[in-house]
Design a protein around this ligand. Sequence first.
Ligand code: DC
Length: 227
Amino acid sequence: MTEAAIPVLTIDGPSGSGKGTISRAVAARLGWHYLDSGALYRAVGVAAGWADLDLDDAGALVRCAFDTDIGFRDSADGEPRVLVNGHDATDELRTETAGAAASAIAAIPEVRSALKERQRVFRQPPGLVADGRDMGTVIFPDAAIKVFLTASAEERAERRYKQLKDKGVSVTLDGLLREILARDARDASRAVAPLRPAEDAVRIDTTGQGIDVVVERVLALVPGRAA
Ligand code: DC
């Protein structure tokens, strides 16, 4: 199968739009591979933290993006574990600190270039579900199916609040909402690969919608699987 013949379904959108959960569920239902591109940016952010790098030192961060060894390992609960330089960093990757570091380094064009090929190699038969911000616009512009998920900032903050509370992390809803709005603004306003829907993306607003409903709506876009 030539690379171009391997189908790609891109799912882009802001944090908290349900992308991760929905992408993983769609990939499992299709039996396709799954790329969590945010995990790559988070992994570089975490590795930069371990190495005590300055988030303003673009040169050092670009080297870090090239040098960091990032691996994914399946786990029993269906949520892949992420190995950063051989250490299981899955839990650390999910913290707000790692998210904020990822968002800051993701604004550096050379970091994005450094991670480009590392994302494209996930395109393997029988297909790929790619989750991120620029999957449909930059990394897989030739993807046959492109989805852009949105949800109100309030609902996204509430979802995150519940997730963190379940894990015993103490946060305030107000604080989370402020962080989400700040991250959206930074991701949407950066000069390179800003968060925006591809022109040919199908937009789905997940506000007030259950995961199963959205998963079915996405699956219905895949040729041969329409309800
Ligand atoms: O999806 P996420 O929350 O794990 O992503 C963390 C950060 O990484 C996000 O704030 C922006 C950046 N990112 C990106 O710029 N491009 C991607 N394809 C994925 C994530």
